[in-house]
Design a protein around this ligand. Structure first.
Ligand SMILES: C[S@@+](CC[C@H](N)C(=O)[O-])C[C@H]1O[C@@H](n2cnc3c(N)ncnc32)[C@H](O)[C@@H]1O
Ligand SMILES: Nc1nc2[nH]cc(C(=O)O)c2c(=O)[nH]1
Ligand code: SF4
Ligand SMILES: [Mg+2]
Length: 214
């Protein structure tokens, strides 16, 4: 296993958010939530200790496996592809997001983020997708900042838990229920029934997995 060891200079740049452990960056179609179906460039930052047992990107968890990468290099890659970029992970807010979002905004790019909200909010965002997790609940500031709340449904208890989060978000926040991928056949009937009874909620599917794209 290759570990990215950092010298003091790199550690200082990571601390300042001028370098980030980059797992991957790719041009695809947003598969989930309010912007489903729109082409976007994804930046996946390594590092997460939230520990969702069903996480579909566990390879992201160990930040040491992903090379510290200069924000300018990340942004140059992104700007070539799309005017919309989605920052995801891992958990993006384990890192200082100010330099990355400043540099993307300077290029006129619209910036979305996928987050559990477990770490303090940093940077400036055009769209915040909050996907809360039981193991590490969101910081308070995310309930005000969220443009969409996307709750992953693994079993019927998650529907009640979803309503508890909906009570905390701002009034214009869109509400989505997304089946946990391995449990989709079991939970889809629960989700569809719930959404028809509670139409403020909408269904979100991981459409990229059906389309066979990243
Ligand atoms: C991999 S996470 C990375 C961003 C951040 N750590 C978070 O959890 O929001 C991206 C999105 O995928 C969702 N997700 C992860 N594993 C999933 C699974 N097995 N089924 C459905 N959604 C999943 C997360 O809830 C989140 O909305
Ligand atoms: N196509 C596509 N859409 C996505 N929406 C959120 C994703 C994520 O992993 O954060 C994701 C992803 O991994 N791929
Ligand atoms: S918070 Fe996101 S990246 Fe972290 S384990 Fe959960 S789903 Fe995976
Ligand atoms: Mg994904």
């Amino acid at each position: 296993m290759y570990l990215c060891t950092m010298d003091d200079h790199q550690s200082a740049l990571v601390e300042a958010g001028q370098m980030l452990p980059l797992m991957e960056a790719f041009y695809t179609i947003q598969g989930e939530g309010a912007h489903t179906g729109r082409a976007a460039y994804f930046i996946r930052v390594g590092g997460c200790d939230v520990g969702c047992h069903w996480c579909d990107v566990k390879e992201s968890w160990n930040a040491d496996l992903h090379p510290p990468t200069r924000v300018e290099d990340i942004v140059d890659g992104a700007a070539e592809y799309s005017k919309t970029i989605v920052v995801t992970g891992g958990e993006p807010f384990m890192w200082n997001m100010v330099p990355l979002t400043d540099a993307l905004h300077a290029k006129g790019i619209s910036i979305h983020v996928e987050t559990s909200g477990a770490y303090p909010l940093s940077g400036s965002w055009d769209w915040v997708c909050l996907s809360p997790k039981k193991t590490m609940p969101p910081k308070d500031e995310f309930y005000a900042a969220a443009n969409e709340l996307k709750v992953i449904v693994y079993n019927k208890h998650d529907l009640k838990w979803a309503e508890e989060h909906a009570a905390k978000v701002n009034d214009s926040c869109l509400l989505y229920l997304q089946p946990e991928w391995s449990r989709r056949d079991e939970v889809m009937p629960l989700i569809t029934e719930f959404v028809m009874k509670n139409p403020r909620w909408q269904v979100s599917l991981q459409t990229h997995k059906y389309l066979g794209i990243p």
